[in-house]
Design a protein around this ligand. Structure first.
Ligand code: ADE
Length: 419
């Protein structure tokens, strides 16, 4: 297949959305302008597996302006914006393989289609593309220069590939850049997760008990925003340090078995499996609402819930009500897939600007350093991270101080102590 999108005639709405997002992506726009002049990605083929959103479209435009050929597939069956996909094909000439609501078979078929371009660079969000390449398409590996990874879950999978000595080419962990996770994961997931939940349920959070499972950067963001809307936030964790931080940030911390009884709304953001399982569903209040905002749809044991249920029905878009033996109801949002993209539009462009500036500059770095890097997971070069922070501040019109010569000297001396 050469492309696969829902309906090419949706492109007009898609293009408007892409332009709207672009207004809040000044750093990426500046990179795009330079790429257009310098063509640093000339003749580079990129297979990208990302959420197909208006923000991603602006990343794809940037890579293409730099001279790259891009084949894009979805990194989640429910996160595609079909109008944006149409516009990327019709207005910008990208190859896109993504349809919102695609089943698992089509999802993987689309990944395989995006790989047909025979990539020099892979760009992944969750490592499904890399996994496909390392298993069923090993023949393509000799042509790959390197890759980038967008998300925490993907970086965890890549580190596992590296530890097991299977990683076949260098990959940059974009997620771990400061200008990525401190903003995208915290403020982006924080706001967009609440947005997704509210869009599909229209509930009032004030006064509810809101359980956040996982206190990584994403969990912190969600807890902070839920608290801001007046919810009583409970955090569950497995990591003692994170649990302690949650306590001192003012939340109640307890095991999920105890939180299950208290919560009105539950959100998982752990990157792990069966965080909310059958015994927890069994303990929940009648009418409890359960969602996931972690990368994969494995954090809620929905197979178990299905087995415990006597019936289920769709109540609203993205809301399915399960009735348990005995009559208790549990509402699951967005099929347990990441709710910010399933029911919302993902993170706002303001934060994706920095995430995708990292992606663009890391691809340029990989192309410049082709053949010089090891088969390792690399951090984003610190000069790229710092440059993006400066560009973002500039774009926001915010100025900061610089060290005086005296202050610089003071910081680099060990002789000067108590005055
Ligand atoms: N991940 C989270 N939000 C996103 C967005 N708006 N675009 C692409 N990837 C995302």
């Amino acid at each position: 297949m050469t492309i696969d999108v829902k309906d090419l005639t949706l492109n007009v709405a898609g293009r408007a959305k892409i332009e709207w997002a672009d207004r809040n992506m000044p750093v990426l726009a500046a990179i795009r302008k330079r790429f257009a002049a310098e063509k640093p990605l000339k003749d580079t083929r990129i297979s990208a597996c990302l959420h197909v959103t208006s923000e991603t479209a602006n990343l794809v435009r940037t890579l293409m302006e730099g001279g790259a050929e891009v084949a894009l597939c979805a990194s989640n069956p429910l996160s595609t914006q079909d109008d944006v996909a149409a516009s990327l094909v019709s207005d910008f000439g990208a190859s896109v393989f993504a349809v919102k609501g695609e089943d698992k078979d089509l999802y993987y078929e689309h990944i395989r289609a995006a790989l047909e371009i025979k990539p020099h660079i892979t760009m992944d969000d969750g490592a499904d593309l890399v996994s496909e390449l390392h298993t069923r398409r090993k023949d393509l590996i000799p042509g790959v220069i390197g890759g980038t990874e967008e998300t925490t879950t993907g970086v965890t999978r890549l580190r596992s590939l590296e530890t097991n000595r299977v990683l076949a080419y260098p990959i940059i962990a974009v997620n771990d850049a400061n200008t990525k996770h401190l903003f995208d994961n915290r403020y982006g997931t924080g706001q967009s997760t609440i947005d997704g939940i509210l869009r599909c349920t229209n509930i009032l959070l004030a006064g509810l008990s809101f359980v956040v499972c996982g206190y990584g950067w994403c969990g912190r963001g969600v807890a902070m925003r839920a608290k801001g809307l007046g919810a009583n936030v409970i955090v569950t964790e497995v990591d003692p340090l994170r649990a302690l931080e949650a306590v001192m940030d003012g939340y109640r911390v307890m095991p999920i078995a105890e939180a299950a009884v208290l919560g009105d709304v539950f959100v998982t953001l752990t990157g792990d499996v069966n965080v909310i399982s059958t015994e927890h569903f069994q303990a929940m209040k009648d009418g409890a609402i359960v969602a996931n905002s972690g990368h994969f749809n494995v954090e809620l044991n929905l197979t178990g819930l299905e087995k415990m249920s006597t019936s289920k029905r769709k109540l609203r878009d993205m809301v399915v009500e399960y009735t348990l033996d005995g009559g208790k109801k549990i509402c699951v949002l967005g099929d347990g897939r990441l709710i910010n993209l399933a029911a919302g539009e993902g993170h706002p462009a303001v934060v994706m600007d920095m995430s995708f500036a990292n992606q663009s500059l890391c691809v340029e770095f990989l192309v410049k350093n082709a053949g010089k890097l090891d088969k390792k997971v690399y951090p984003v070069p610190s000069d790229i991270d710092e440059r993006i922070a400066k560009l973002k501040l500039d774009a926001m019109g915010i100025r900061i101080d610089t060290l005086t010569e005296e202050q610089r000297k003071y910081l680099s001396s060990w002789e000067l102590g108590t005055a």
